[in-house]
Ligand binder design. Structure first.
Ligand code: PRP
Length: 210
């Protein structure tokens, strides 16, 4: 991983390989979803390096082994729609996570996020929230989601995405300096309609064939 204070860009060869396949405009929706699932699994492995554990003993066929179990409760917060494609990969790795959906879309004129779905319970129910959204463009959607989670009472929040523009990383870092940003690649820039370049297009559309 390339590490700045808050930004973690994966350096893993499998991540780079799969991301390159994902960018290819000729792949079909099914392949796109499968690659998103695999990339999320790999990024989650890197993003959970600091999760707290406690000692846990098990009986093996040969004796007693002292190992560990994950101590912290983890919640996934996929940002609809595109973030939903990242949930399955993580649930393979962490089957007992809670999943709380947040619905936001980006107004095409203003590029500002508009909230349309939020069923969070009254109080925070997990110790770590992982916000899932493949694309960090202007950063508006990620900032709005994290604002919602902090108001809810979430304390430890991590952002997991696939691609980010420098503009989005800057905005998110300034708004939420305590939130680590885990991505597969930092791209060049945003174009004049707010798309990441070279990017991969609209992740939600490519995932769901719209
Ligand atoms: C895309 C993407 C992010 C957001 C990023 O979603 O999945 O949620 O835009 O842009 P931002 O950083 O400038 O806020 P979109 O609004 O296209 O909705 P969708 O996932 O339903 O396609």
């Amino acid at each position: 991983m390339t590490t700045t204070e808050q930004l973690y860009v994966s350096k893993h060869p499998l991540v780079k390989h799969k991301l390159t396949l994902l960018r290819d405009k000729t792949i079909d929706h099914r392949t796109f979803r499968e690659l998103v699932r695999e990339l999320t699994l790999l990024l989650t492995y890197e993003a959970t390096m600091d999760v707290a554990t406690k000692a846990h003993q098990v009986e093996t066929p040969m004796g007693t082994a002292t190992g560990v179990e994950v101590e912290e409760t983890i919640g996934l917060v996929p940002v609809m729609r595109a973030g939903m494609g990242m949930v399955d990969g993580i649930m393979e790795l962490l089957p007992s996570v809670q999943v709380w959906h947040i619905g936001l879309y980006r107004d095409e004129e203003t590029l500002r996020p508009v909230e349309y779905y939020n069923k969070l319970p009254d109080e925070a129910t997990v110790q770590i929230c992982m916000v899932l959204d493949p694309m960090l463009a202007t950063g508006g959607s990620a900032i709005a989601t994290i604002n919602i989670l902090k108001k809810w009472g979430a304390i430890r929040i991590k952002y997991i995405g696939l691609l980010a523009a420098p503009e989005g990383v800057k905005a998110l870092s300034e708004a939420h300096p305590d939130v680590p940003i885990h991505i597969a690649e930092l791209d060049e820039h945003l174009n004049d309609i707010g798309f990441i370049v070279p990017g991969l297009g609209d992740a939600g559309d490519r995932m769901y064939g719209t």
